[in-house]
Design a protein around this ligand. Sequence first.
Ligand code: F6P
Length: 530
Amino acid sequence: MLPQRQERPMSRTDMPEWKRLEEQAKGLKDQSIAALFDQDPKRYEAFHAAFDGIMMDYSKTSITNDVMSALLSLAKACDVEGARDRMFAGEPVNNTENRAVLHTALRMDARESLDLNGVDIIPEIHGVLGRMQAFSDKIRAEKKFTHIVNIGIGGSDLGAYMACEALKAFCDRDIKMHFVSNVDSTDLAEALLAVKPEKTLFIVTSKSFTTQETMTNARSARAWLEEKLGRPDVDAHFVAITANTDEARRFGMDDESIFPMWDWVGGRYSIWSAIGLPVCISVGFDNFSAMLAGAREMDRHFCAAPLEKNLPVLFGMVGVWHRNFCDFPAVTVAPYDQYLHSFIAYLQQLDMESNGKRVDRDGNVLDYETGPIVFGKPGTNGQHAFFQLIHQGTTVIPVEFIAALQPQQPMGDHHKKLMSNCIGQSKALMDGLRPGNTHKEFTGSRPSVTILLDVLDPYHLGMLMALYEQKVFVQGIIWNINSFDQWGVQLGKVLADKVMAKLDGGDMDSLDSSTAALVNAVKAGSVRGE
Ligand code: F6P
């Protein structure tokens, strides 16, 4: 009698579609990307996709027709389309928190409807949008406030900051936007040095309204304002954006100062909700609506386009090929547009907080890789920072180039130079160079994807953000993980509280010698004598 083989749950690596890709990867391990163009000079035609002013060129990768066919077979076998439809329909796809995931509903048209637990949520969503419009219109018309300080962190900061920066060409330059996120008092102090108390509106942005950094900064900002203006005025200078209205009321907000959001919107997906209020104030509600419209158009494309022409599916599967079958550990995002300078930080939370997971949806430890390390810098600056490694390092890291064809600030030949650098870099990564001197040798066959927007306006920014959101979703389904929880951020917070107690005089016995030494150094205020 053979011992019972320990039955382990079926893994993605057991799937025939996965095994086929593993075989293909072995055969393509030394494939020159440039040679693929020699074999098929029209290769670009088959390995790009585009619609409505956005184009994605993934031909400078090692993906062949057979590989793409196998990738799309894997997507079908993993039921990407079914999972997509379940998310859009409001099923509790965030299974560990038993929540729906409906950031897509936030950008649906007012004439549509979506039933969540028996209630059509579209009227409530558009009710909040109406309040955002009225409030931001008033702020922009009256100029009673010319400094807006958003206090928030993570998804309560990154998306709004990124969108304000990306759309700066559309902003009202008489209204200065400030974003405070870090509990390091430097962040708040520097903002307060830059504003006039009587002209300042604070937006306390926190889905939970309990995040330590945000509530510390909000209380300190309130104390500062009380000192400057006196208590009665504080209420007129604060609004809250939150899913926890009780906590916001306890802070002192009255209901007309509270813009609600919902627990079926994850923080890193929340820019489309009242979290976008700073964007409405900075660039106007009509431009925020255009951003919503661009994201809505990408959603519609994602839900309707066949897999082989579906930009989020193609983008996601290219990443799966690179991560799981080429074993690339990271991806570099290189927006060749200075207005997108904070797009990478926004993507880091979107991608790494969604797909930085080691167990599947049922809690089984995975035997394959998941979310890549996401990093980057705007071009051309990245070329002068880490592109040495991208070109000649021992680790191959695919690059995602992003560029807008129409500059928002045309000046001489700047844009032509910017575009020539962007395109030149992707070609250099592919072609390489073999001058006979290994110090100066470029191996080439370093993959890249290039995304081109007609123009970086609100509509196309919305399309780009939704493209990345749905790419992350597709990869999460392939990896069979829950992309919508973030248990990994909790332990650090708990231990920070324990350290805080030690700093406040608690006993140090239970600490390891390193942590105890570090706590003692903080108490001493110096490491002299260590
Ligand atoms: O990083 C952890 C996290 O919970 C994010 O998911 C969230 O965007 C951020 O902290 C801020 O949370 P809140 O909006 O509740 O303050």
